[in-house]
Every structure is written in C-alpha cells, then in structure tokens.
Design a protein around this ligand. Structure first.
Ligand code: PGA
Length: 251
C-alpha cells in the first residue's frame, strides 16, 4: 500500500487582518518548539495576507496557499486573482471549488476543473473540494453526487501533476456537525476507488483525500485516523493557533 504523508490545511476564509499574523507567529512557535509535526502544514489566508504568510511561514515550515484562483492567466477580470499571481506571492497550494465558491459564486464543476488546470499550469497544487448537501445525503445520493463532482472537477492533468481532493459535506461546514466515522470512511473509500479507476493503481492510491467540515481539536484524532483520510481542511478552528496546532498534532 502506498503511504501518503498527511496534510493539514487551514482555510481562513474572509477572516484575517495584519494583526492575525501574530496568530501565525504563535503557530510557528508551537510547531518549532513542540514535537515535529507529522503533517505538512498549509495556511490559506485571504489574498491580502498571502505574501506575508508565505514569507513569515517559511522558517517554520508553514506553506502558504490561496483560497481560489481565476481560470485565466490574466485579463479584464476586475477583482479576480490568477494562479500565477498566487504563485508569485509565494503560494504553493490553492483551494478550488470550495462549496462557498460553488454556492456564493455559482461555480460549476467545469469551472472548478478549469481553475484546477490553471493552478497546475502555474505550478500550484490544487486542493479540489467536493461534497454533498444535507438534502442530497438524506436522499441517499451523497456518493453519486460526489462521484459526479469528482469526475467533472478533477482535470486529466492530475495524472501527471499533484492534486489533492477535499471531501467536505456542505452541511458539516461551520455547523459543528460531522458525519459519523463510518460515513466518513465509506465516502473516503468511495473516493479512493474512483481515483484508482480513473488514474490507475499507483497514481490513484497516491492522491491525498482530506476531510473538511467542523474538524476541531475534540474530534480531530478520531477523524484523522479513519481509513483513506489523509489529512484535513480546517476552517474555523484554523484561526486560533492553539486549536490548529492541536489538530495538526492529532495526526
Ligand atoms: P469549518 O470549515 O472547519 O469551519 O467547518 C471547513 C471549510 O469550509 O473548509
């Protein structure tokens, strides 16, 4: 079996001002004075703080990531940020297809795939998010919905480049509710089989599948231990260095 090194990514969403870099310093302190983390640590701040996070995080192994990118490399797209700009600011990863982008900005899986392609083209590793709504899960459609999103959102270029999948049930994001460990295991196993059937045994087994949605210090250890959970995408709990560090240490 391929062993996958775990990755924990913090998604600050639309939170963070210059003073939030103090929290990053505290995280750096915990990471460098405590036991060495067993996971790669990525922090995805708002774009305004990206360059500062990349510069400040470097000495403690904290890697910077963007929260979204445009599918085009440049052009007349006021307010948007290209993957190349994120890379230029020091990012190595970028989240694409987060459910908040899919719902707030009407992004389809085709758009998400185009963004993931742009990210790969700029040398970034896309963290491609998928996940069902509560109604879809209640209707018994969760696996089918996620399979459809995966098929359309992951570009073929993933066969040659590194991509990460994040399974984030929409109803678990920011709600304090999580699926049961069995539900997480079943979904992550289902995602793994899709990746293996599309990209082959070796590549399909090597793609990280993160869990996201109300990952907290209290539940991190049990969730991160589930089969085929190769790390986490953490929203709210990544804003406090102490909580985020506890999650990282749970790996
Ligand atoms: P949450 O968010 O940890 O606050 O639930 C997760 C995410 O949206 O990535």
């Amino acid at each position: 079996m391929t062993t996958i090194s775990p990755l924990i990514a913090g998604n600050w969403k639309m939170n963070g001002l210059t003073h939030s870099l103090d929290e990053l310093s505290e995280l750096a302190r915990l990471l460098t004075t405590g036991e060495a983390p067993r996971a790669l640590v990525v922090v995805c701040p708002p774009a305004t703080l990206l360059a500062a996070v990349a510069a400040q995080g470097a000495s403690s192994g904290i890697i910077a990531g963007g929260q979204d990118c445009h599918a085009q490399a440049s052009g007349a797209h006021t307010g948007d940020i290209s993957a190349g700009m994120l890379a230029d600011a020091g990012a190595q990863y970028v989240i694409v297809g987060h459910s908040e982008r899919r719902s707030d900005h009407g992004e389809s899986s085709d758009t998400v795939r185009a963004k993931a392609e742009a990210a790969i083209g700029a040398g970034l590793k896309p963290i491609i998010c998928v996940g069902e709504t509560e109604a879809q899960r209640d209707a018994g459609d969760a696996e089918a919905i996620v399979a459809t999103q995966l098929a359309a959102s992951i570009p073929d270029a993933a066969s040659l480049h590194e991509v990460i999948v994040a399974y984030e049930p929409v109803w678990a994001i920011g709600t304090g509710r999580t699926p049961t460990l069995d539900e997480i295991r079943d979904m992550h196993n289902a995602i793994r089989s899709r990746l293996v059937s599309r990209f082959g045994d070796d590549k399909g087994a090597s793609i990280r599948i993160l869990y996201g949605g109300s990952l907290k210090p209290q539940n991190a250890r049990e969730i991160l231990n589930v089969e085929n959970v190769n790390g986490g995408l953490v929203g709210g709990a990544s804003l406090l260095a102490k909580d985020f560090y506890t999650i990282i240490s749970a790996v």
